[in-house]
Design a protein around this ligand. Structure first.
Ligand code: KIV
Length: 266
């Protein structure tokens, strides 16, 4: 049992304290980030890009995710471990169930799944069987080929309404957390207030209940040389990685990150 549980995260939302989440893929960073106070370590399928060097997350397998989840578990000092279900692990509810079991048995406390209201039955199935689920909405990178690129989602009225409905439907289906990626700040605020479960944002402004960044991005490392608008380099002004991790936790907690320049308008 980690020190940080879903009860802890719900309590933070209830009292208006921001939740800190950071991607993590190995034991050494798991120790450093959890000791710095990061509450949720996300074993993201972004590892396909930042560790494996692919140009998308699509090549990542559940075996890859389970391997890195087990590494993170060994170094973790009390954070909640959230592991991504990779591309196509959401193809059918039964498949999702089998792949979730692999991640939970590797050390995850919760799984994250990309999709929308069409995942409601899958989320109910998992929640009823002891797998807490975080639903990832907005820019879902596994659907990059459908979107035609990594684009802000929810800018048109109809898209925004769909996202509002998806968020409510997934909460009702039993999702324990939502993650909103690259949606306009005002819409992310609305959704965060409309649901009772914690909402974590990336490129979604400062009104969500917490923030997540990709570890390599916040350490100023980039393979492609492109830096997304919502990224801040927390190594700036620090002597070492421990300083950068502490600065990230502090900036999320005191709501100095993200600033308005990191968000998107409708
Ligand atoms: O895989 C990942 O790192 C993620 C973040 C972008 C939220 O899902």
């Amino acid at each position: 049992m980690p020190d940080v549980t879903l009860t802890t995260l719900n309590g933070l939302k209830a009292k208006g304290e921001k939740i800190t989440m950071l991607t993590c893929y190995d034991a050494t960073f798991a120790k450093a980030a959890s000791e710095a106070g990061v509450e949720v370590l996300l074993v993201g399928d972004s590892l396909g890009m930042v560790l494996q060097g692919h140009d998308s997350t699509l090549p990542v397998s559940t075996a890859d995710m389970a391997y890195h989840t087990a590494c993170v578990k060994r170094g973790n000092a009390g954070a909640l471990i959230l592991a991504d279900l990779p591309f196509m692990a959401n193809a059918t509810p039964e498949l999702t169930f089998t792949h979730s079991a692999m991640l939970m048995q590797a050390g995850a406390h919760m799984v994250k799944i990309e999709g929308a209201a069409w995942l409601a039955d899958t989320i109910t199935l998992l929640a009823q069987r002891g797998v807490p689920v975080c639903a990832h909405l907005g820019l879902t990178p596994q659907a990059v080929n459908v979107f035609g690129g990594y684009k802000v989602q929810g800018r048109q009225q109809a898209q925004a309404e769909q996202l509002r409905q998806d968020a409510q439907a997934l909460e009702q289906a039993g999702a324990a957390m939502l993650l909103l990626e690259c949606v306009p700040t005002a819409l992310a605020n609305e959704i965060s207030q409309a649901v009772t479960i914690p909402v974590i944002g990336i490129g979604a402004g400062s009104g969500t209940d917490g923030q997540v960044l990709v570890l390599h991005d916040m350490l100023g490392l980039s393979l492609s040389g492109r830096v997304a608008r919502f990224v801040h380099n927390f190594m700036a002004g620090q002597n070492d990685i421990h300083g950068a991790l502490a600065a990230y936790v502090k900036a999320v907690k005191d709501v100095t990150f993200p600033g308005s320049q990191h968000g998107f308008s409708a």
